[in-house]
Design a protein around this ligand. Structure first.
Ligand SMILES: [Zn+2]
Length: 141
């Protein structure tokens, strides 16, 4: 991909986020929307009963924004000191469910884009560019 694309997108994104103080997931949604991407926040996969954070139905793309704690991020996750057993089994279930959903979606021809909370927080622009690239790539195929 040409550098110019990145620069354009970068400056577009930067112009949208100046002075904004929003939650990372809201931020990603807003930027994508303002760049012209359309998605559903309520689309539900009934068979496994789950709702991705964003679903681009016509493109067959699901975007998940995974909280580092809830999804057991290997970089950020720290075991809570109290109720340890409860949390360990809960988080393990979440991780298991993530895998199931990924497999289900891929099997049915969907593209899965997963974004870690820490990436969005630490490197919002870079992360959004990555997401946009993944979205655009799947259209060209
Ligand atoms: Zn993390």
């Amino acid at each position: 991909m040409a550098d110019i694309f990145t620069k354009e997108v970068r400056s577009k994104i930067m112009s949208k986020i100046k002075g904004k103080n929003t939650k990372p997931e809201v931020f990603l949604r807003k930027v994508l929307f303002r760049l012209g991407y359309r998605y559903s926040l309520r689309y539900k996969f009934k068979e496994l009963n789950f709702k991705p954070d964003m679903v681009m139905v016509s493109r067959k793309i699901c975007v998940f924004m995974d909280g580092c704690f809830w999804h057991g991020c290997s970089r950020c996750y720290k075991e809570p000191k109290s109720n340890r057993d409860y949390w360990v089994s809960k988080i393990n279930r979440n991780i298991e469910r993530d895998k199931e959903q990924n497999e289900y979606l891929k099997k049915n021809g969907w593209k899965v884009i997963r974004v870690w909370e820490h990436d969005l927080k630490e490197n919002p622009t870079k992360t959004i560019i990555r997401v946009i690239r993944e979205i655009d790539e799947s259209v060209k195929k």
